[in-house]
Design a protein around this ligand. Structure first.
Ligand SMILES: [Zn+2]
Ligand SMILES: [Zn+2]
Length: 736
């Protein structure tokens, strides 16, 4: 007899029915059951059948499952009458939770079939698809431990649920219109609207209404994407003038609105069903959906309800996270901003909120921008044994990390900023993750910045605390993904992160390993007058930097004499002036010099505008001048050249191309110098600036042409939401 213990994502993904069928087909006896470590199987039978069983177990496991470890123990035979699925075993181990899974093709076909009992049922699912993470209360994953516990199955559903050969065997969220969750349409005063919620919602959307729609991980705010009026109304009500919205459309309609390749469709149709940012065709969709943006974030319907909404002539919907500015996504109506005309809701509770994940299509590979629904809470496996530990993250694009044994669990995306509004969600998710994954942190890690909410949270845990430099954490996050522990040349280009010298860093080229770093090169620190005031108004940065370098400021528009006076006084008195080597701020400065964006309404807006006008072939344009002064990359010549080009009326796209090329060039020069000094050939790219496709693609190919081995973030974002991952690895090395 074999006892087989399997660890990984093996619960809620149809694993036990798969094992049952396999045992049945091979004529084996025994049992399978969920344990809190994963799945435990006992099988007896003849040797050929047993070997067959083991082989198929490894090779044919369900698509959404991930086997981390499989331990086979041989024991003396026991007497079994048959093969059975036993109730879950409660023990003290650790198991993993499946992410939410997009509707599968079988369920879609059933939902579309007029003869199926679940015809047009908005909550159809099976062992291959449906909500998982978002409906879990506790482990092991059984129906009473989910928000489906309160729905008693009808005979039809329980017949399928208990038939080991059925696709819905032990599918915990199984339901139908007789016994399961129901839709409800409410008006703006939250009073029920009589009639069929689905057809009414479609009609109301077509009339231009803004409707909050309850999805899998939270509410979306939806409106027609093809008309200016509703999009404009949504922008005004949400007080979000420029930040792009995502659009949901059907597969057959996608090529009308974006340039989509077969591999993009594959990703969009994957169980994770992320938002994918692709080049826009500029057709069909209102220009207000993604103003002045050559790309568009799109996703396919992933919940049954989404498929039912997009029917007939309703083709493209804006679907943006339902939340107040900088708040987490709403999981219930009361958390929504009061800006909706109607609410399409239902009575299946969202227990664990989770935003849509966002990926940007790029070369040589896609860039993860936000890792959340569909990927959370799948852990990253480490080849290092980690202590029970916690990493608090930073502030922007906030996430945290918890580690135990050889797994690192990243939280879902909490919120865009670590305001007090996100503290409850942060605390609640922390408690849940510790409980589910049985983690009791012995020590914690946080950013050097003392006034982050995340830092204060870590301080209050009252366990040993390691304060980790921001850009070191950026680089180590990428090292963790690639299991690197030898020293690397790490490039971390981003917005802001406190350095160990009190200066705000953001263009760091380091020699780093998982324990320590030496900061080797960075942009020369320049003044940031008024701190946040300058970040919100890049024109102030441009004015300060041109002045500081004694360059002509006459070419700057959109800055008042009043502002000029303030900045001049601030620079003279050095009051409320911060010093920064941030690459993000250099992008801001140049964007404002070109009059692209002089005042931002969302993070990275100015830098994005500069990227959007940049042609793809930057290597055809010569770089501007720059020079190294010891550790400092001096940018005065760069600013001087750009001023000169502006006076000469050189087209902005050429200036942008030469600017991007300059960054690539001085980066290459710096890493070549470091290779000579250290003999290190491995280069790591990290930081939010790596979301810039032009920098990302060209830097990788230039480094490779110069025979560097380049490591880039693939599974995790280059931006601050991966800070916690780097922090937890560094803290574990410091704690040894
Ligand atoms: Zn299904
Ligand atoms: Zn039913």
């Amino acid at each position: 007899m074999y006892i087989i213990n399997i660890n990984g994502i093996v619960q809620g993904v149809g694993f036990r029915p798969f094992v049952y069928k396999l045992a049945y087909n091979n004529n084996l006896k025994g049992y399978v059951r969920n344990s809190s470590q994963g799945v435990e199987i006992a099988v007896t039978g003849d040797e050929i059948s047993l070997n067959n069983f083991l082989k198929q177990l490894k090779n044919n496991s369900p698509e959404a499952s991930i086997i981390d470890t499989m331990i086979v123990t041989t024991l003396p035979d026991s007497n079994f009458d048959s093969f059975q699925i036993l109730p879950s075993l409660i023990d003290s181990g650790i198991t993993h939770i499946s992410p939410d899974l997009a509707l599968c093709p079988d369920c879609l076909a059933e939902m579309n079939s007029t003869t199926d009992p679940r015809h047009e049922y908005s909550f159809i699912n099976c062992t291959n698809c449906g909500p998982r993470y978002s409906i879990i209360k506790s482990l092991p994953y059984d129906r009473p431990a989910t928000s489906m516990g309160k729905f008693e199955m009808c005979d039809y559903c329980s017949g399928e649920y208990s038939d080991p050969l059925n696709r819905r065997f032990h599918a915990q969220p199984v339901a139908c219109s007789e016994c399961g969750p129901r839709l409800q349409l409410l008006d703006c005063h939250k009073n029920p609207v009589p009639g069929d919620p689905l057809s009414l919602t479609r009609k109301l959307l077509k009339q231009g209404n803004i409707i909050a729609i309850k999805g899998i991980g939270g509410f979306h705010l939806a409106c027609l994407a093809t008309d200016d009026d509703p999009v404009n109304t949504l922008r005004n009500r949400k007080q979000r003038p420029h930040k792009p919205f995502a659009v949901m459309g059907r597969k057959e309609d996608l090529d009308k609105i974006v340039a989509v390749k077969p591999e993009d469709i594959q990703l969009l149709q994957s169980p994770a069903a992320p938002i994918l940012i692709l080049p826009s065709t500029g057709k069909y969709i209102s220009q207000l959906v993604a103003p002045a943006n050559p790309s568009l974030g799109i996703f396919l319907p992933y919940a049954p309800l989404h498929h039912l909404l997009l029917q007939d002539d309703l083709r493209f919907l804006v679907m943006t996270s339902g939340n107040f500015h900088d708040h987490p996504i709403a999981a219930c109506i009361d958390e929504l901003p009061p800006i909706c005309d109607y609410y399409l809701t239902h009575n299946r509770e969202i227990l664990n909120r989770c935003d849509d994940s966002v990926i940007r299509a790029a070369q040589p590979h896609n860039i993860m921008i936000r890792r959340s629904r569909g990927y959370i809470p799948t852990p990253l496996s480490s080849d290092q044994i980690l202590s029970d530990s916690f990493a608090a993250g930073a502030a922007m694009k906030l996430t945290f990390a918890l580690a135990a044994r050889n797994s690192i669990f990243l939280s879902p995306y909490i919120a865009n900023n670590d305001t007090l509004n996100s503290l409850d969600f942060y605390q609640e998710t922390y408690n849940k993750f510790c409980h589910w994954f049985k983690i009791h942190p012995k020590f914690a890690a946080c950013d050097l910045q003392p006034d982050f909410m995340s830092t204060r949270f870590a301080e209050k845990l009252d366990i040993p605390l390691y304060r980790i430099q921001h850009h070191h954490a950026h680089i180590v996050a990428v090292m963790a993904e690639h299991q690197l522990d030898e020293p690397v040349i790490g490039i971390a280009y981003d917005g802001t992160g406190l350095g160990d010298d009190g200066i705000i860093w953001g263009s760091e080229i380091m020699i780093a390993d998982c324990l320590s770093y030496q900061n080797k090169f960075h942009l020369e620190p320049l003044p940031l007058p008024g701190g946040d005031a300058a970040i919100k108004k890049p024109i102030r940065i441009a004015y300060a930097w041109l002045r500081q370098n004694m360059l002509d400021t006459d070419l700057l528009n959109n800055i008042s004499d009043f502002e000029k006076n303030i900045i001049t006084r601030q620079l003279a008195s050095n009051l409320n002036v911060f010093s920064t080597s941030s690459m993000g701020r250099l992008f801001d400065c140049v964007s404002a010099m070109l009059d692209l964006v002089t005042q931002i309404s969302f993070d990275a807006q100015a830098a994005m505008a500069l990227e959007f006008i940049c042609p793809e072939n930057i290597m055809d344009y010569p770089p501007y001048e720059y020079y190294f002064d010891q550790q400092n990359i001096k940018i005065k010549p760069l600013l001087k050249n750009i001023s000169h080009d502006l006076h000469q009326n050189i087209p902005h796209h050429i200036i942008s191309a030469r600017f991007h090329r300059t960054i690539i060039e001085f980066t290459l020069q710096a890493v070549i110098l470091l290779r000579k000094e250290s003999s290190i050939n491995n280069v790591v790219l990290a930081g939010g600036v790596m979301q810039n496709r032009i920098i990302f693609s060209n830097l990788i190919s230039l480094l490779k042409r110069n025979n560097f081995t380049v490591f880039t973030p693939r599974l995790f974002p280059p931006n601050d939401s991966s800070i916690a991952l780097g922090q937890i690895i560094i803290a574990n090395n410091l704690d040894k």
